[in-house]
Ligand binder design. Sequence first.
Ligand SMILES: *[C@@H]1O[C@H](CO)[C@@H](O)[C@H](O)[C@H]1NC(C)=O
Ligand SMILES: *[C@@H]1O[C@H](CO)[C@@H](O)[C@H](O)[C@H]1NC(C)=O
Ligand SMILES: *[C@@H]1O[C@H](CO)[C@@H](O)[C@H](O)[C@H]1NC(C)=O
Ligand SMILES: *[C@@H]1O[C@H](CO)[C@@H](O)[C@H](O)[C@H]1NC(C)=O
Ligand SMILES: *[C@@H]1O[C@H](CO)[C@@H](O)[C@H](O)[C@H]1NC(C)=O
Length: 385
Amino acid sequence: MGVRPHRKRLELMLMVLIGLAWGLLLSELMKRTRWQNRSDRLKEESSPFPSSQRSRILATPPTTAPPTTSPPPDILAARLFNETRVLCMVLTSPKTHHTRAIHIKRTWGGRCNKLIFMSTKADRELGSVALNVREGYSNLWPKTRAALQYVYKHHFQKYDWFLKADDDTYVIMENLRAFLHAYDFREPVYFGNKFRQHVKEGYMSGGAGYVLSKMALHRLVKLGFGNSSICTSRNYGYEDVELGRCLAGVGVVGGDSRDEHGLSRFIPFSPLHWYPLPPEWYQPLLYYTAPDNSSDCCSNTAISFHYNNAQEFYVLEYIIYKLRVFGLNRELGQLPKKETNSRPTLIHFQAKTAELDQNALNKLVPGKNVTKPNYRTKNTSKFKK
Ligand SMILES: *[C@@H]1O[C@H](CO)[C@@H](O)[C@H](O)[C@H]1NC(C)=O
Ligand SMILES: *[C@@H]1O[C@H](CO)[C@@H](O)[C@H](O)[C@H]1NC(C)=O
Ligand SMILES: *[C@@H]1O[C@H](CO)[C@@H](O)[C@H](O)[C@H]1NC(C)=O
Ligand SMILES: *[C@@H]1O[C@H](CO)[C@@H](O)[C@H](O)[C@H]1NC(C)=O
Ligand SMILES: *[C@@H]1O[C@H](CO)[C@@H](O)[C@H](O)[C@H]1NC(C)=O
């Protein structure tokens, strides 16, 4: 009893199901063709020539070149990511792993080609390196020295530029790469916010971060560290001042990273706290006098800000990367020109160093002809002088 009607019900259900499946399939197919048509139409719309003319133009190529356009900024940024490889080294301490450093990992740190946290304790969540040095502000110099040595030993090959940041520094990596793109990492040069005290050539303030070229790091470690007449082996002192002395001692030039209006790109304070006027201590420390016709503290192509608290990392992230203003297109789609005359300002160091540089080029920069076919000068003979 009840078997037959049960079976009938089953058959009915099966038919309904099959019907449904067909229906879904058909509607999906129709949707696809509609999309196909739409994207074909879009393609046509974005073609510079009306479709009626296209076949004619294809047959006889135009005598003048079509307008060249820059690739969309996101593609340009992706290309730069590959071409200007930056290792970011963030100095932190066990006390601030989870109050500061972790926020770097969750925000701008992810845009580095390689991100390393230098601490005195290993931390799995953060992925920090435990350096064998003493903790504390007064030990910042030995810590920085150890960190740079670590990076040189383990990660020198794969990167072109080496950025040092503190765990309260915010860096706009795309602006850093665009700026660096104009320079050759084979030049002994470093960039940051240049202060005038203590070191004749100036030094880059620690908080805004500084970035060393591959050659700068190479000279620093090979010629400076381990030679106490160049780099002090004292275990105290201001990290940025000592590094400035040390780099000057090995012929590394402190480059000028100001923008075309003379405004700073590496900023040792945060505009979230000081805008438009910088803190009082700032101007007197500057190596280059700030332009007095400007009402702005900071470049529109700023690279870094300092003294950010945890929340501010996310505020900056939101304002810089997410917030859009309707109807305004403020994208920067073009790379700055290559610096062709940066060389004359560079100091010629001892002949021995130059030889070492030449060897360094051959041995330590294997990616020379692999990853940078487009922009890098292939002429390395200038290091022979
Ligand atoms: C960057 O390099 C990666 C890996 O080599 C490659 O897959 C990607 O297409 C490159 N991106 C650009 C925009 O060149
Ligand atoms: C250390 O640096 C000084 C000064 O530049 C130089 O004369 C000396 O040869 C260096 N010592 C070593 C061991 O390289
Ligand atoms: C200020 O003056 C300098 C030099 O005269 C100029 O390059 C810069 O563009 C000026 N800045 C502004 C904001 O007018
Ligand atoms: C780079 O150049 C060297 C010498 O010019 C050559 O032997 C090597 O094959 C090149 N590497 C690549 C990947 O093209
Ligand atoms: C390489 O540079 C040197 C000095 O800067 C110059 O004399 C030489 O002609 C250049 N070689 C090539 C192939 O451009």
